[in-house]
Write a protein that binds this ligand. Structure first.
Ligand code: C5P
Length: 224
């Protein structure tokens, strides 16, 4: 595939993967893409046009009209868009239409860290390093609850927990590109780690993988 370094960071909703992936990109001098924003941006267009998030034709039109300025995380936050995004994301044709966009982004030198659900399994099966970031449902709900409070909302914990459980179910049970751990991914369970500890652990894992990769390539150069 490409010579660019591609780091896949997959995991369930509210696992902290996007924050972690952004920090990793900065640390390794790579570009960063939160692929959830693509599905959210499509969902937002559909909701604003009063369309059903499962309307495939309308969703494909929204994909074709996507522009980089549509990927503003602040405009796409919130469970209403997240829930609609998981419906959009269950349609095979929509996923297919978003693939070239993601692959082009990752292959552009020097490479990228991509956060999502299927980066290591579908988008970049030969990614340089694959991380699967997870945490218990309760811990993820707690983090999402605190984040909503920080944004000035008044969330109800039980409701946040139920919404996450439902989104996990939809992401894991869909027939196309369901959320699962790639065979060669390293699982990072952050239930008992804060953001700094998760970053330190991920960074160490990636440094080890990159060192092994460069040792391999210099061995094959000296033994052609
Ligand atoms: O990660 P985030 O919560 O922003 O993603 C919103 C939804 O987009 C997810 O629930 C999932 O259904 C979908 N998604 C996906 N594949 C990705 C990224 C997100 O199916 N690579």
């Amino acid at each position: 595939m490409s010579e660019s370094v591609v780091i896949a960071v997959d995991g369930p909703a509210a696992s902290g993967k996007s924050t972690l992936a952004r920090r990793l990109a900065a640390a390794f001098g790579l570009r960063f893409l939160d692929t959830g924003l693509l599905y959210r941006a499509v969902a937002r267009r559909l909701l604003e046009g009063n369309r059903d998030p499962s309307d495939e034709r309308a969703a494909l039109e929204a994909v074709a009209a996507l522009a980089p300025e549509d990927l503003d995380p602040d405009a796409l936050a919130g469970e209403r868009i997240g829930e609609a995004a998981s419906r959009v994301a269950a349609m095979a044709a929509v996923r297919e239409a978003l693939l070239p966009w993601q692959r082009r982004f990752g292959r552009t030198p020097p490479g990228a860290v991509l956060a999502g659900r299927d980066i290591g399994t579908v988008v970049f099966p030969d990614a340089t390093v694959k991380l699967f970031v997870t945490a218990s449902l309760e811990e993820r709900a707690r983090r999402r609850f605190l984040e909503l409070r920080r944004r000035g909302r008044e969330p109800i914990f039980e409701r946040v927990l139920d919404e996450l459980r439902e989104r996990d179910r939809r992401d894991c049970e869909r027939s196309v590109a369901p959320l699962r751990v790639a065979e060669d991914a390293v699982v990072l369970d952050t239930t008992a780690l804060d953001a700094d500890a998760a970053f330190a652990a991920a960074r160490q894992l990636i440094e080890r993988e990159l060192a092994a990769r460069s040792a391999d390539s210099s061995r094959s150069e000296s033994n052609p």
